[in-house]
Design a protein around this ligand. Structure first.
Ligand code: NAP
Length: 303
């Protein structure tokens, strides 16, 4: 039970098989203080989760900094043992960005470079392992994004680049200008689009591993009340019982079973659930079990 590191793509970074998502560690969720975040980072490292997923916007632009302060409480040698992933490009309306009057995307060269440099300062590091464009920007000029990535790569500030929530054609467009190592997308039994819309096919074609956000369906799986969610929960519980594991472990195993070997970005803020998630590395579902979960989540059988 250890999240050994694996390469994300042939020339990509090594990430742990399960990545810790930090979206709700700060103001957008648990609102942990520096000592608790430092403790949670230490716990992740103890169990072998070495990769952390951020975005500039988390906590309305405050969580990177909270994490950076906590990271600074660890010895400086820790930086070499972890991988920091962050994202840029979303401009939210918040008191922390008084000049933003409409929520928008910004994939300009100037913004990408400035955002990455701010993330470096917030995270108390001099390099990022992976920078993702958070959402496809309808005004994106791929040559300009590639130029920003070149600036950041050449200066040693960012080692690898990717995207998040891109359609296959948006990915292709940017991939034609610069090397992308992943597409971070939402995929779980209640949201199966990447399995069928060409996203995972494209990852397979390029030998890239997708990173998967909300691998447990976020709060919908645990808190939803609709027929579909209830049916899915029953099925996942039943399969979990057969394998002697909890529901979250079944869902993570289901996610990882696709041949692209997706890397789940887990969102829990609890130490015991972080530890438990690693059990998914040892669970292999039967083909029919995998399809039973797919069917329960989609609400219809495959033809
Ligand atoms: N690229 C993007 O556009 C994008 C978008 C959204 C998220 N993300 C990334 O993906 C990460 C994960 O997203 P997510 O938080 O939606 O992931 P998730 O792992 O699907 O859901 C996490 C939620 O489920 C709860 N949970 C986990 N295990 C549970 C259990 N056994 N029983 C009851 N509740 C349980 C957690 O609560 P507790 O904390 O109480 O365990 C938390 O509220 C984020 O942190 C972020 O890094 C990226």
């Amino acid at each position: 039970m250890n999240a050994a590191q694996r390469t994300l793509s042939p020339d990509g970074p090594q990430l742990s098989e399960i990545v810790a998502g930090t979206m709700t560690w700060g103001e957008w969720g648990a609102d942990y203080n520096t000592t608790t975040i430092a403790d949670l980072i230490g716990h992740c490292l103890d169990v072998g989760i070495t990769s952390f997923d951020h975005a500039d916007i988390y906590g309305s632009y405050t969580t990177e900094e909270a994490f950076g302060k906590a990271l600074h409480q660890h010895s400086s040698s820790v930086r070499d043992q972890i991988q920091l992933v962050t994202k840029c490009g979303i401009q939210l309306i918040t008191s922390h960005r008084p000049n933003t009057r409409v929520a928008h995307y910004n994939s300009s060269r100037k913004h990408i470079v400035a955002s990455a440099e701010r993330s470096l300062r917030n995270l108390w590091t001099d390099y990022l392992d992976l920078l993702l464009i958070h959402r496809p920007d309808p005004l994106m000029d791929p040559a300009e994004v590639a130029a920003a990535f070149d600036d950041l790569r050449t200066s040693g500030k960012v080692r690898h680049f990717g995207v998040s929530n891109f359609t296959p054609s948006q990915f292709d467009l940017l991939q034609g200008h610069t090397e992308l190592v992943t597409n971070q997308v939402e995929c779980h039994p209640l949201h199966t689009d990447p399995l069928f819309d060409g996203t995972y096919d494209q990852c397979q074609r390029h030998s890239l591993r997708p990173m998967v956000w909300s691998p447990l369906g976020g709060s919908e799986y645990f808190k939803g009340e609709g027929t579909k969610v209830l049916r899915l929960r029953d099925k996942v519980k039943e399969i979990g019982k057969d394998h002697g594991v909890t529901e979250d472990v079944v869902l993570l195993a289901w996610c990882r079973q696709h041949p692209t070997r997706p890397i789940p970005v887990i969102g829990t803020t609890k130490k015991d659930r972080i530890t438990q998630s690693l059990r998914a590395l040892d669970v292999e579902l039967g083909r029919q079990e995998w399809f039973e979960i797919l069917e329960a989540g989609r609400g219809h059988q495959v033809a």
